[in-house]
Design a protein around this ligand. Structure first.
Ligand SMILES: Cc1ncc(COP(=O)(O)O)c(C=O)c1O
Length: 361
């Protein structure tokens, strides 16, 4: 059965289709840490099982304290949720107004959640030719059309482009001048934390930051995300999730994940090294164009050869999943996204792509 939400990470459906187990598939379609669950998180999960006889700690105090320490902010700057998607779905209830501008291509759930609440949506579509940079003059004009909210994902998904903090600061000013609220989604910022705008956002009463713990910490099946902002706004957002949306295991996992400095460092080192290696090797295939990325995924354009959908079919037969990006606004059937995975898996993908695209011409 098809689902209205179009995403990567459809590994269970692919496994059913191929008649194999999910473990036999290399999933490059969802951008998840290839190191898997950190040993400290695993320990925290198994060690918390007996706590499941109680309701979860609805204050999530220890997790908020761990987040505060990790980000050098205060516990009341954080609202924790059952994945950042829950926050995305609750936000339209909190935001005043009915008109949103979305910087696209981007995460499709912004549109779905705003639609549920009757918002009118406009898009400012960034182009591949410009490496997905934001034209600030165009943005100012678009905001002046009477926008109540601006949704921006940094680094961008599916393109991986990082907008520098100076640009975010400028955009915050544009939003303030236009009377628009900024929703800044930093779902993948753990991979380049130094570029985060968190300290700017907590000084603004017209902005909120969204972070996900599912990608960097490899726990999308557990669900954990949070918002960063001023305490008043955070309190109201927190209340929308109800008392127990973040279960005991997720809270324990979150605390342990933030304390695992070794995992944090080895993840950043691995992704940096493997991304550079993948880019270098992909660039040897002349039919492909790789877009610059600051994170753990790469957007690739097929200049000549099959469409991304056809390529996906060919790779699926080899038990490799990629993300066809043709459903993203501003991207054609020639774009696909891959996650950066371990060296062995990346090499498997490169070998398969090498066979499909033939010897260099
Ligand atoms: C840009 C972006 N934001 C938010 C999310 C939601 O993440 P989660 O709900 O797993 O925290 C995703 C998931 O793919 C994403 O790509």
């Amino acid at each position: 059965m098809s689902h209205p939400h179009d995403h990567g990470g459809t590994i269970f459906a692919a496994a059913r289709q191929l008649g194999v187990t999910p473990a036999e598939i290399s999933d490059f379609s969802a951008s998840i840490n290839p190191l898997g669950i950190s040993p400290r998180v695993r320990e925290a999960l198994t060690g918390s099982i007996d706590d499941l006889v109680h309701y979860p700690d609805s204050s999530q105090l220890e997790l908020k304290q761990a987040l505060a320490l990790h980000h050098d902010l205060a516990p009341d700057n954080f609202a924790v949720a059952n994945g950042s998607t829950e926050l995305i779905y609750n936000l339209p209830l909190l935001l005043p107004g009915k008109r949103a501008l979305i910087i696209s291509p981007s995460f499709s759930e912004y549109v779905h959640s705003l639609n549920q609440h009757g918002w009118q949506i406009r898009h400012l579509t960034l182009t591949a030719e410009n490496n997905f940079a934001i034209n600030l003059v165009e943005l100012e004009q678009a905001l002046a059309g009477g926008m109540d909210a601006l949704y921006l994902c940094n680094p961008g998904n599916p393109n991986g482009a990082l907008h520098p903090r100076g640009v975010i600061q400028h955009i915050l000013g544009l939003c303030r001048a236009a009377g628009a609220f900024l929703v800044l989604d930093e779902a993948f910022m753990d991979f380049c934390e130094e570029a985060s705008a968190k300290h700017l956002i907590v000084q603004s009463d017209n902005a909120l930051l969204l972070r996900s713990m599912t990608k960097f910490f490899g726990i999308p099946g557990l669900r954990l995300g949070y918002a960063v902002g001023q305490p008043d706004l955070i309190r109201r957002l927190d209340a929308l999730g109800g008392p127990w949306s973040v279960n005991t295991l997720a809270q324990a996992a979150g605390r342990a994940a933030l304390q695992d400095r070794e995992y944090l460092q080895s993840t950043r080192d691995l992704i940096e090294r493997e991304r550079q290696d993948l880019v270098r090797k992909l660039e040897l295939i002349p039919q492909l164009k790789v877009y610059p990325s600051a994170v753990n995924y790469l957007l690739i354009e097929i200049r000549r050869g099959p469409t991304a959908g056809e390529l996906g079919e060919l790779l699926l037969r080899q038990r490799i999943l990629i993300r066809d990006c043709s459903s993203f606004r501003g991207l054609s059937e020639r774009f696909f996204r891959i996650a950066v995975r371990t060296q062995v898996e990346n090499q498997r993908l490169l070998d398969s792509l090498g066979k499909i695209f033939g010897p260099n011409d």
